[in-house]
Design a protein around this ligand. Structure first.
Ligand SMILES: *Cc1c(COP(=O)(O)O)cnc(C)c1O
Length: 460
């Protein structure tokens, strides 16, 4: 019987875009088997979706006639399979630690296809980067000095580098160098001679707007021209990441934002609109790249694409989330159900550490799907349900929001959070409470019986 509490019957919903690949997995019966086998939550990965996303970025570059390279920003998901795909497709990887670099190289990504970002990189990381011929995005003057010293004193040189620009529109960013610092950096690169190869400039902007990326990219092209006059190579720029992912339709998203109120959340938890990721983006993924390339920078006459071509400048980008769009989901099993005033509190067999958004004063909003032993229930009933983690923390809520489930959830049902590969799965995972880390399962050959394997073989 449907719940009739007037405050919660009409709880807002935010369905993810329908996704036939994911639905096929949900309907295959495989997930209950895996949940039984692992005895806890797990993630499933769809590597062909990563391949498709990468291909879409490359198609945009090809259509625009722009020479460009795509580097997967590794921090967005730790799975080995993405490195394997990058190696197979000769795509690049953006790393920011020795561990990430080791992973990329170990799975076959060539050093020359790695860009090393992040602030104040360690000696060890810089040394490895030089030895492997990686491109280092230098964040500060002292880091540049260290890199030059290592290149001068090491057995291999030159050190390949980009200079990272502090975005003038985001002056409070702690990353990159301002105009004065860049001037000094150029002097030092010139003086370092053959020890370094100054290949260009980079930035990474917060937010998802495309026009600021066009503007700053055009500025970096001008910086390249200045640097070339001084005898430096300066033939490429990196525009970083920040290509939005579109999780839900415009209609659902705007309705959700307009309707949601504190009583729609467990414990009347409140979130501001601005705390939420923009779960609908009219322009996302490779389309965002297309928009960035087609736009004309302020005061200019040609599009960014035209500007890159006429100056012989190569365009690098470092998408993380966008390459993982649609490429994975997270599966929890319901361990208990309790009733509260007009809604249910479900406790699942894992924690909110496997859904990172919950740790940024925010909430992962795309509706999870319920999968019972007989499949995905349908119907127009509404059973408002929030989801707690299997820990002793009040704040460990996998979902604070009362999700409108079509049936009353029962122990043993699965809750599948869609589209979680980008940042949600593993950036915050820890063996809290001595719970094991959720394994990752790679699914290929989708169909009636998807074939699965572990992302990593168990240690012996
Ligand atoms: C995090 C990061 C990215 C990836 O950002 P997305 O929003 O996932 O595309 C790219 N470049 C740098 C330098 C980053 O820090």
């Amino acid at each position: 019987m449907a719940v009739t509490d007037p405050h919660t019957t009409n709880v807002p919903t935010l369905p993810a875009h329908s996704d036939p690949d994911t639905d096929g997995v949900l309907d295959s019966g495989l997930l209950h088997e895996l949940s039984y086998a692992f005895g806890g939550p797990f993630h499933f990965l769809l590597p062909h979706r990563f391949d498709n996303n990468l291909a879409a970025f490359r198609t945009v570059l090809g259509d625009a006639g722009v020479d460009g390279r795509v580097y997967y920003a590794k921090k967005a998901n730790k799975a080995a399979v993405w490195m394997e795909r990058c190696a197979a497709h000769q795509a690049g990887v953006d790393v920011a630690s020795v561990g990430e670099l080791r992973e990329a190289l170990g799975h076959g990504v060539r050093g020359e296809n790695v860009v090393v970002t992040g602030p104040a990189k360690s000696d060890e990381l810089l040394r490895l980067a030089i030895l492997q011929g990686c491109l280092v995005a230098v964040d500060a003057l002292d880091e540049l000095d260290l890199l030059i010293t290592l290149a001068l004193t090491g057995v291999v040189s030159p050190a390949r580098l980009l200079l990272r620009r502090l975005p003038p529109t985001q002056p409070h960013s702690r990353f990159g160098m301002n105009a004065g610092e860049l001037e000094t950096a150029l002097d030092r690169c010139v003086r370092a001679g053959d020890a370094v190869r100054m290949e260009g400039f980079s930035f990474h902007l917060s937010g998802y707007a495309t026009q600021p990326r066009t503007e700053l990219a055009a500025e970096l092209v001008d910086l390249c021209l200045t640097a070339r006059v001084r005898g430096l190579q300066a033939d490429r720029i990196s525009i970083g990441g920040g290509f939005a992912v579109d999780y839900s339709s415009a209609e659902h998203w705007h309705t959700f934002l307009a309707d949601q109120r504190p009583e729609h959340y467990h414990a009347r938890k409140t979130f501001q609109h601005g705390d939420f990721y923009p779960y609908h983006s009219p322009v996302s993924g490779a389309d965002a790249l297309s928009t960035i390339l087609a736009a004309v920078p302020e005061g200019g006459h040609t599009s960014l694409a035209g500007r890159l071509k006429e100056t012989g400048t190569l365009l690098m980008m470092e998408p993380g989330r966008a390459l993982l769009a649609g490429a994975g989901s997270t599966v929890f099993c319901v361990q208990g159900v309790k009733d509260r005033d007009g809604y249910r509190i479900v406790t699942v067999d894992g924690t909110s550490l496997s859904l990172s958004e919950q740790w940024f004063n925010s909430e992962y909003l795309p509706d999870p799907q319920l999968v019972t032993s007989t499949g995905r229930p349908s119907g127009s009933d509404t059973h408002p349900t929030c989801v707690g983690g299997a820990s002793c923390l009040e704040s460990d809520m996998v979902t604070w929001r009362k999700i409108p489930l079509p049936v009353r959830p029962r122990t043993g049902d699965l809750l599948v959070y869609p589209n979680t590969a980008g940042y949600q799965m593993d950036s915050n995972e820890s063996p809290f409470h001595d719970l094991p880390l959720p394994p990752k399962v790679v699914l290929d050959h989708l169909g009636d019986r998807p074939r699965w394997r572990l992302d990593r073989r168990p240690a012996c």
